[in-house]
Ligand binder design. Structure first.
Ligand code: GLU
Length: 183
C-alpha cells in the first residue's frame, strides 16, 4: 500500500513532505518521489528504494517551494523503476499527480488516449489517469473539479490521488474515487 502526501501553505514544503512520507513508510513501498512548485514551475524528483535516496539526491540542491506532492509507491502496473515512480505528469506537463490504488480499465483508456495522439513514458496506470484527466479537461470540461467528477465515472478500481494544475498553481485537489484518503 503506497502513501500520498501533499502540502500547501506558508512553510517550506520539502521537509514537511519528507517527514510525512517517512511516517507512511510502515505501509511498505519500493520507490519514492516528490514534486515541488517554485517560481511557478513544478520540479519532479524520484528514486527507487528508500526515501533517503531522494534526500541524498537533493542534498545541497534548492528545494524551495510552498506547494508540493509526495509519494511512496507500491508498484501494481509496471516494475519498481525510477521512471515508473510518482509523481506523474500529463503529456503537456500542466497536470502533476500522485496516485494511490489502481485503474483497472487503464488499458482501454490508454488505447483511447493513443488514438488521440497521447504517448507515454511509463508503464503505469497512473500516467494513463493523469492524461485521461488532461483529455477530459481539454475536450469536455475545463473546470478541473468538474473534470475529476466526470473522470471518476469512467475509471474502474479503487483510486485516491492529489493533483496540481499549473493553470491554477496555488491550489491542490485531493480526490477519492473509492480509494484511501484521510485529510
Ligand atoms: N497503480 C499505481 C502504480 O503502479 C499506484 C500504485 C500505488 O498505490 O503505489 O504506480
Amino acid at each position: 500500500m503506497c502513501g500520498i502526501a501533499a502540502y500547501l501553505g506558508q512553510k517550506q514544503a520539502y521537509p514537511i513532505l519528507i517527514n510525512l512520507l517517512k511516517r507512511l513508510e510502515y505501509r511498505g513501498y519500493d520507490s519514492a518521489g516528490l514534486a515541488l512548485l517554485h517560481n511557478n514551475k513544478i520540479k519532479i524528483y524520484k528514486e527507487t528504494g528508500a526515501i533517503e535516496q531522494i534526500e541524498a539526491s537533493l542534498q545541497g540542491k534548492d528545494t524551495s517551494g510552498l506547494i508540493g506532492l509526495g509519494h511512496t509507491r507500491w508498484a501494481t502496473h509496471g516494475p519498481a523503476t525510477q521512471i515508473n515512480a510518482h509523481p506523474h505528469h500529463s503529456q503537456d506537463q500542466h497536470l502533476t499527480l500522485v496516485h494511490n490504488g489502481t485503474v483497472t480499465n487503464y488499458y482501454k483508456l490508454k488505447v483511447l488516449l493513443k488514438d488521440n495522439h497521447y504517448s507515454f513514458y511509463s508503464d503505469t496506470d497512473s500516467e494513463v489517469l493523469v492524461n485521461y484527466i488532461d483529455f477530459i479537461q481539454k475536450t469536455e470540461e475545463p473546470n478541473l473539479l468538474k473534470t475529476l467528477t466526470k473522470v471518476a465515472l469512467n475509471i474502474e478500481g479503487r483510486s485516491a490521488f492529489v493533483i496540481h494544475d499549473q493553470n491554477f498553481p496555488e491550489q491542490l485537489i485531493a480526490f477519492n474515487a473509492g480509494g484511501e484518503l484521510y485529510i
